[in-house]
Ligand binder design. Structure first.
Ligand SMILES: [Zn+2]
Length: 255
């Protein structure tokens, strides 16, 4: 690992101000989630924060290099899992407006009691199964943040006149969101799409997977060229049908 809590990130320039950051590593061999960046004329929109201080800094600095001097920054947290949102305070410290689904806080509280932790540091140590010293070295001085804005079913964000569509797509967890940028036809799917592992269904049950299928059917109506998944490689829209097929199999097997 080149730098504790960062790994050796790869970046993908998807055009129209859109970038993806892949392959960040929190611990040796422990990948964090992908992060998306949309730079508009005057704003930067981040999709997920990374998990560590080093990742938050890398993402932030990368965006400043590609699109310097933006007046506004937004961060959308696709769900409460700590590989996606743990570094949110790095962005909060830089006056970023943070969005998440209205059930984000409840999901986070459930996970905290599930991990038997009293605070965020206890959560991340339990989540990664690390001691406080390793946590200090790899995760650094960041923590999740309560969202400043709650999203229900759908919100269209006008980032300086450029549309960004945020949709609720539950199933992986109750609070999953996806972010669509019509100008580039890129969908940031969070863990609604997982290119590396396929749909991760362990946090829900059949009725959640049915909602997941319905949500995927809905986003198929969008004109999508490329998808930045929560984990794995940037891919094409055909992965949506592959996920639907896999989820239908699991629904059938559980019946
Ligand atoms: Zn997740």
């Amino acid at each position: 690992m080149e730098q504790p809590g960062l790994g050796v990130p790869r970046t993908a320039d998807l055009g129209n101000g859109v970038h993806a950051i892949l392959d960040m590593e929190t611990l040796e061999g422990v990948h964090a989630a992908n992060v998306g960046i949309i730079a508009t004329g005057r704003a930067q929109v981040f999709v997920n924060s990374g998990q560590t201080e080093a990742q938050g800094r890398y993402v932030w600095d990368y965006a400043q290099t590609k699109a310097p001097g933006r007046e506004m920054s937004y961060l959308v947290l696709t769900h409460h899992h700590l590989d996606h949102c743990y570094a949110a305070s790095y962005f909060d410290d830089r006056h970023t407006l943070i969005y998440a689904h209205k059930s984000f806080g409840g999901c986070m509280a459930d996970m905290r009691s599930h991990l038997d932790a009293t605070d965020y540091q206890g959560m991340i140590e339990a989540f990664l199964k690390i001691d406080p010293e390793t946590c200090r070295k790899h995760v650094g001085n960041v923590h999740p943040v309560s969202p400043h804005r709650h999203i229900g079913e759908e919100v269209s964000l006008a980032a300086n006149g450029e549309e960004i569509l945020i949709q609720h797509l539950p199933g992986h967890t109750p609070c999953d969101l996806v972010v669509y940028h019509p100008k580039s036809k890129v969908l940031f799917a969070g863990d609604a799409i997982n290119e590396r592992a396929g749909p991760v269904t362990m946090f829900g049950e059949v009725r959640d997977w049915k909602k997941w299928i319905a949500g995927l059917e809905k986003i198929k109506r969008l004109e999508i060229d490329r998808i930045v998944p929560g984990h794995g490689e940037v891919c094409g829209p055909e992965i949506i049908d592959e996920h639907i097929e896999e989820l239908e199999k699991r629904v059938a097997a559980a019946a």
